[in-house]
Design a protein around this ligand. Structure first.
Ligand code: NAP
Length: 292
């Protein structure tokens, strides 16, 4: 096999909904794709689409310089890797299974001990979006591995490299997902408040989308304030903002809408003001978010 032929070979281990979408994206981009799944029948549709399959995970891994693992969770990754064993020697192992930063670092050690380079990836998006611009894969780990296989990885959608620490892609994933959850649980409470006041929630959603579209500059300036510790009065001074909080809390309570988050904001503002920082902005609450 020539060098060019070899570098156009990819193996995908794990053919659930996401692993199958990943294998399909490689096929669509012209990669010779070797697939394996614990339940062998899940390879059938991909074989029909042009993939090859192997009897064991080790045989599948041995076929390509780039071996992508996408299974359910960390335990499943351990099972697959233990059956792959030394077949990863000389390969680049890319694990895109959800998991923690610690698991990623452990997988990297496992790979390095067997002569493989390791990249950890996480998936921010849904299977139908694989291969499009509507999905993002943050990667971290071996820079050599990332640079050598960047064009293959681009078949999957948007990709970004976050540095040599294999755990950082998981941190990026956890932080981005947490941001969505924190924002969206607050949004659900606001929708209940709006609905309880007899306002059409769909009309409101349109206006809310306009407000969220204005947030990016604020997110950036808050990041800069947290980094520098220079808290200008973003959203106004805390002294002024805090005066609103009792009204916001009592409005929610009068409608039977949960007010726990507003009470938390008020409590943080009160503590910051009591500490003599009432002239600073909302971003200064950052100083109080670490648990003692
Ligand atoms: P899935 O459809 O449930 O598939 C799970 C896969 O893991 C199957 O191939 C399954 O093999 C395999 N597996 C489970 N336990 C195993 C074990 N002990 N040994 C070997 N293989 C094992 O899940 P998925 O949607 O493809 O998700 C895969 C990964 O992508 C997960 O980490 C998930 O969090 C992540 N992800 C998924 C989505 C999504 O929307 N689906 C979005 C972002 C990220 P069998 O077929 O033999 O059971």
């Amino acid at each position: 096999m020539t060098k060019t032929e070899e570098s156009s070979q990819v193996t995908v281990l794990g053919l659930g909904t996401m692993g199958s979408a990943i294998a399909k994206a490689f096929l669509n981009h012209g990669y010779r794709t070797m697939v394996w799944n614990r339940t062998a029948s899940k390879a059938d549709a991909l074989v029909e689409a042009g993939a090859r399959t192997a009897a064991t995970a080790a045989d599948a891994a041995a076929a390509s310089p780039l071996v992508v693992v996408c299974v359910l969770d960390g335990g499943a990754v351990e099972d697959v890797l233990s059956s792959v064993g030394t077949a990863v020697e000389g390969k680049v192992l890319v694990n895109v299974t959800s998991g923690s930063a610690g698991q990623a670092r452990g997988n990297e050690r496992w790979a390095n001990e067997r002569g493989a380079e390791y990249l950890d990836g996480k998936i921010m998006g849904d299977p139908p979006d694989v291969g499009t611009g509507n999905i993002m894969f943050p990667f971290s780990g071996s820079r050599n591995a990332y640079e050598a296989h960047e064009s293959a990885l681009k078949s999957l959608g948007g990709i970004a490299y976050h540095g040599e620490d294999a755990g950082v892609a998981a941190v990026e994933f956890m932080a981005q997902v947490a941001l969505s959850y924190e924002l969206l649980i607050g949004y659900l409470h606001v929708l209940e408040l709006v609905r309880a006041e007899g306002i059409d929630v769909v009309d409101f959603a349109g206006r809310a989308a306009g407000t969220v579209a204005m947030l990016p500059p604020l997110l950036q300036s808050m990041g800069a304030a947290v980094k520098s510790g220079n808290y200008r009065p973003d959203l106004g001074s805390l002294d002024v903002q805090a005066a609103l909080m009792d009204d916001m809390i009592s409005h929610r309570e009068s409608l039977g809408v949960e007010a726990v988050r507003m009470r938390e904001v008020k409590e943080l503002m009160d503590r910051r003001i009591a500490g003599g920082h009432g002239g600073q902005g909302f971003s200064s609450l950052f100083e109080l978010v670490t648990k003692p």
